[in-house]
Design a binder for this molecule. Structure first.
Ligand code: DOR
Ligand code: ZN
Length: 347
């Protein structure tokens, strides 16, 4: 039996939703993670500090007092976001970061930004006050192939923002391509990227394996094996620019298995077990703590968590629960379909 102990991880990209789904999924994240950056793409979205405060209270309400989990709140950028309101909410610590969704790029992104030039004054202010910008990095042009949308975004939008605002702290979220890893390696120290467990575990074949698998559909969509391999190399390299953001994105089973199924994979439950297995398979367990517990905190100038978690490798693979119950409905829990031997215990 093999045991490792690491600093308690942070998840720098989660979707908690609200209402009954929030009540079901928050316990899954707070079991293993010390902090999480909470995405603002609710209906209606989190548009200002007051929305964020109300949403944070809803999250804190379902967390037992004994758990020190800290949600880090975000604001959803629109073409109408007011620079003075954003600055005040940030200075008052009502929000931790702002999220840029290109309008129409993903779930509940229709209020997002169509024309990047419209938000340049806001981004300039963020750069001045040191506020992080989180980016869903995909163009939305219908003529661009869905598998090329991230690369196109990097070449046309991200590179523009980085050269206009070299001091802006940026996180390119849930990267999926070899090109993204290369861009990040060559970019300034202010630009980092999150990587999800599902993009590390699977390539696009998983979606079309003897039939269509809606539970492996997410955005940005899974890519070819060459890209998955590049992501694994980046995550296990120890390069501080790459860290965990799970993009755990719960949708009810009925909304995934439908004529127009939602994008999103709910992976909170077995995330750390799956990552330990992936790093173990690469003989890189020594880099797991950097990826899950150190690099992201440093990027955001946060102190490292004080608590630790223990991971134990068992003789037999763990059995995955298939679903998480939400009232009478269910959410499918991400299963990468390979053997996972690592169990988590908190100490
Ligand atoms: O797959 C995704 N699901 N990607 C996103 O960017 C959003 C997320 C969601 O909110 O469901
Ligand atoms: Zn997301």
């Amino acid at each position: 039996m093999k045991i490792i102990e690491i600093i308690k991880p942070d998840d720098f990209h989660v979707h908690f939703r609200d209402g009954n789904i929030l009540m079901a999924v928050v316990p899954e994240t707070i079991r293993h993670f010390g902090r999480a950056i909470v995405m603002p793409n609710l209906i209606p979205p989190i548009l200002n500090g007051f929305d964020a405060k109300r949403y944070k209270d809803e999250i804190l309400d379902v967390i037992p007092k004994s758990n020190k989990f800290k949600p880090l709140m975000t604001l959803y950028l629109t073409e109408n976001t007011r620079t003075d309101e954003l600055e005040e909410a940030y200075q008052q610590e009502m929000i931790f970061a702002a999220k840029l969704y290109p309008a129409g790029a993903t779930t509940n992104s229709e209020f997002g930004v169509g024309d990047i030039s419209k938000i340049m004054p806001v981004l300039e202010k963020m750069s001045d006050i040191g506020m992080p910008l989180l980016i869903h990095g995909e163009v939305i042009d219908k003529e661009i192939d869905v598998f090329d949308r991230e690369k196109k975004f990097i070449d046309t939008v991200l590179d523009f923002i980085c050269s206009e605002l070299p001091n802006l702290k940026i996180t390119l979220e849930h990267i999926t391509t070899k090109e993204a890893t290369t861009y990040l390696q060559d970019s300034s120290i202010n630009v980092s990227a999150t990587i999800t467990p599902h993009h590390l575990a699977l390539n696009r074949n998983a979606i079309f394996n003897g039939g269509i698998s809606p539970h492996y559909y997410c955005l940005p969509i899974l890519k070819r094996e060459v890209h998955r391999k590049a992501l694994v190399r980046a995550a296990t390299s120890g390069n501080p620019k790459f860290f965990l953001g799970t993009d755990t994105a719960p949708h009810l089973k009925s909304d995934k298995e439908s004529e127009c199924g939602c994008a999103g994979i709910f992976n909170a439950t077995y995330c750390m077990s799956i990552l330990a297995q992936l790093f173990d398979n690469e003989n890189s367990l020594s880099q797991l703590e950097n990826f899950t517990s150190i690099n992201g905190a440093k990027h955001y100038n946060l102190k490292l968590n004080k608590e630790k978690i223990k991971l134990t490798k068992s003789e037999t693979p763990i059995t995955f629960e298939k679903t998480l119950k939400v009232n009478k409905d269910h959410i499918n829990i991400f299963n990468p379909n390979f053997d996972v031997y690592w169990k988590v215990s908190t100490s």
